[in-house]
Design a protein around this ligand. Structure first.
Ligand code: URA
Length: 235
């Protein structure tokens, strides 16, 4: 049994104060009867709760993506830094969303969140080898030669990586914009790989995980993944 107001928050109906207003406005029914008392105890397995006539199914599974801007840490809480959680809608605060993997504070781009622990574990397990593609702006002496080395396996923190796929998007004064695709997700892997071949990363943006693309989602914005995008990780 749980409190009706808590159940409504957990179902994504709104924040605690929004749920108070929703209840006061008589928009909620329990087993067909209007209910305004948020402290009323319900059992989601037994009672049917509706909001505006639509049944609520309890904590629904959510998978969302954020276009993370630089300057935010990938953590659910941090005493000193702004966290990626602050960019998600307030109404989702009670949905137990957690980042799947991490992007460094200075890295931007595609970051997934879910409240489905099994899905997150599957995605992050090394055996799953979800490809990740990063637009990488680098500075260095001989970019052409460095790119050749990036394409071979190398040892990072005691692990051999698979060779990266690297495309030169454009040559810039003293550097280049690269598209680097890796098959693992080790801590700061792209920066470490670039440093190992003499390239300094000036900007890093993840643009793809598996077949899910960041696309034109603006920085700081989020969207839910489609059912097809979620299913693509199981293929
Ligand atoms: N590789 C990095 O170096 N940093 C990231 O944030 C992600 C991949």
């Amino acid at each position: 049994m749980e409190r009706l107001d808590k159940f409504l928050c957990g179902s994504g109906a709104g924040t605690r104060s929004q749920v108070k207003d929703i209840l006061k406005a008589g928009r909620v029914t329990v087993d067909g009867n209007p209910e305004k008392d948020g402290s009323r105890k319900i059992d989601p397995a037994v009672h049917t709760v509706t909001l505006d006539g639509q049944p609520l199914g309890g904590k629904r599974r959510m998978v969302v993506m954020l276009n993370k801007p630089a300057g935010y840490v990938t953590a659910t809480e941090d005493a000193a830094e702004k966290t990626v959680m602050e960019l998600l809608p307030e109404a989702w605060r009670h949905m137990d969303l957690r980042p799947v993997g991490r992007l460094d504070k200075a890295t931007e781009g595609l970051l997934l969140f879910t409240n489905d622990g099994a899905f997150a574990n599957r995605l992050m397990h090394p055996s799953h080898e979800v490809e990740k593609c990063y637009l990488t702006w680098v500075q260095g002496e001989d970019v052409g030669e460095a790119v050749e080395y990036l394409r071979y396996p190398m040892e990072i923190d005691g692990y051999m990586t698979r060779g990266a796929e690297v495309d030169i998007i454009s040559l810039l004064p003293g550097g280049a914009e690269l598209a680097i695709t890796i098959h693992e997700g080790r801590n700061r892997q792209v920066r470490k790989m670039c440093a190992a071949v003499g390239l300094r990363v000036t900007k890093l943006r993840r643009v793809r995980e598996g077949s899910v693309e960041l696309g034109d989602l603006p920085a700081g914005k989020w969207r839910s993944l489609t059912a097809e995008e979620i299913a693509s990780f199981d293929r």
